[in-house]
Structure formats: C-alpha cells, structure tokens
Design a protein around this ligand. Structure first.
Ligand SMILES: Cc1ncc(COP(=O)(O)O)c(C=O)c1O
Length: 278
C-alpha cells in the first residue's frame, strides 16, 4: 500500500508547492520554454540535463498530473497521452515492434482489439487472443519465441469481465515478458494492478479519471519492477543504444524505474506526437 491514503494522494500527490507557489497545479499553457543560450537548450535536448523546452516532450502541468497518477498506481514513472488509444498503443509499441507478438485477453475494449488485431498487424505485429477465463495451460500455450508482452483490462469494456491479474502476470513473467493492464474502469481508487503483478498500467483518463466528461486523455504508468536488462535480447529498444537519440541506452541511463517512460517520451512522443494539451 502507498504511504499515504489514496484520498490524500488524490489531493496532494505529484505536486509539492514550495512557499509562495500556487496551491493548485498551475496550467502552464505554453508550447515552448525560454533559455538564454542554445547550449542550455542543447543539454536538455541531449537528455544531459532535465528541464522543459517543448511541450510535446514535457510540460510541468502534464508531469505533475502524470506523477499523481503514478503515485496513485504505486509506480515509479508516468506520462500522459492525448487519449486512451494513444496510451495503449505507446505502451505496447514501446516494447513490441515489427516481428513481435502479443498475447492479449480477448475481452477488451473494441478500439483496443482493433488496434492490436488490425492496425498493429499492418505494422508486422502478431497477436494471439485468449479468453480471460482460460486455464493456465491454455494461457501458457499462447506464448511464442517472439512474444513481447501480455495485455488485458482490469474490468473489460463492455463485457465487465474481471481479469485474474495474478494468473496473467504469472504466465507473462514465466515467459520473461511484462504484463500491461488497462486500468481505465476501476481507476487506482478501486484497484491497483501493480499490487497484483502488473508491470505497466494504462488509462483512458477520458472516463472516470476525468469524471466530468470534458477532456479526452490517456496515461501510462511504469511499475519499475520489470528487469529489462535481464531480458535484453527481447528488448533491444530499451537495452541497446538508440541511434535516433545520440546512442542512449535507456535501461542503462535511466535504470529499471525510468527507462520505459523515458523511451516512450523521448522516442515515441517525439516521433508520433499524441501529447495531451496542458
Ligand atoms: C478500457 C478502455 N481503454 C481504452 C479506451 C480508449 O480511450 P480513449 O477513448 O480515451 O482513446 C477506452 C474507451 O472507451 C476504454 O474503455
């Protein structure tokens, strides 16, 4: 369980204002951030210093909200996306590229089912769908050499099937891959999948997380529990140098707790966009 009660984290999490700073998370509605020299900006771009320069990559408001959601889920790092679709796509594509394979519960939101079975198939990613009520033997039989992740929804939309997170996590870990759980329906107030073995948690914040029906959005949280380096052969994107980002090896430079979200931000958000406006 987190150190503070969830009610407290809902109010206080992710943002700790200093004396004289706004009590509420300020909305920093700015696309860009000012620096005196291009050298200072260059260091940020090279990930040699931390700070803000362009909101597609990072924005203080988004970071505070992502940190709050990560704290509520009991994760080590989080990021926001423009929608739940983007969150699920980024979470999966961050570790599963052309030639990879996904094991997914068949009882998931139709948009995610299409994303995996039609759009990601066009990108050369295969999938095997299993009933959430399958036996452990049936679940284990769905894995292949090239399986990179397991996916499911805590409570599925629209079938309301409850995922046996422990069963799916056990099978995923036995095959050396992480479990990604879409926790949109319960929100971390009612269920924290990381406590049951999930490695990555996603959200369509469009639903209960927003609660007012006003803003489409998504979020990804990393538990920091999956040891990428132990399975480096499966995850070259995290464990070998990224030539598109100055040869950085994310798992080395940002460690187990930071590599996944840093790669998804520095690489996928940079190239594919889909940022949430502050
Ligand atoms: C469980 C679940 N995941 C993801 C999504 C997609 O989210 P969004 O509509 O924010 O893209 C939805 C939308 O209904 C959903 O119910």
């Amino acid at each position: 369980m987190p150190e503070h009660k969830l009610d407290t984290i809902c109010v206080q999490g992710g943002y700790t204002p200093a004396n004289g700073e706004p009590r509420q998370i300020p909305i920093i509605q700015s696309t860009t951030f000012k620096y005196d020299t291009s050298e200072e900006m260059g260091k940020l771009f090279d990930l040699e210093a931390s700070g803000y320069f362009y909101t597609r990559l990072q924005n203080p408001t988004n970071d505070y909200v992502a940190a709050k959601i990560a704290e509520m889920e009991g994760g080590t790092a989080g990021m926001l996306t423009s929608s739940g679709q983007a969150a699920n796509f980024f979470a999966m594509f961050n570790i599963c590229e052309c030639g990879g394979h996904i094991v997914s519960s068949s009882s998931i939101y139709g948009g995610t089912f299409n994303l995996i079975s039609v759009t990601m198939a066009k990108m050369g990613i295969e999938a095997t769908f299993v009933s959430p009520d399958c036996t452990e033997e049936e679940l284990n039989a769905a894995f292949r050499e090239n399986t990179k992740l397991v996916f499911g929804e805590t409570i599925a939309n629209p079938a309301l099937t409850v995922l046996d997170i422990e069963k799916f996590a056990k099978a995923a870990h036995a095959h050396g891959v992480p479990l990604i759980v879409d926790n949109t329906f319960p929100t971390p107030v009612n269920c924290r999948p990381i406590e049951w073995g999930a490695d990555i948690v996603t959200h369509s914040t469009t639903k209960y997380m927003d609660g007012h029906g006003t803003a489409v959005g998504g979020a990804i949280v990393d538990s920091g529990k999956f040891n990428w380096m132990e399975h480096a052969d499966k995850y070259p994107g995290l464990c070998t140098p990224d030539e598109s980002y100055h040869g950085i090896t994310y798992a080395e430079k940002f460690g187990q707790g930071g590599a996944f979200i840093t790669k998804a931000t520095a690489q996928l958000m940079r190239d594919l966009g889909s940022i949430q406006s502050p």
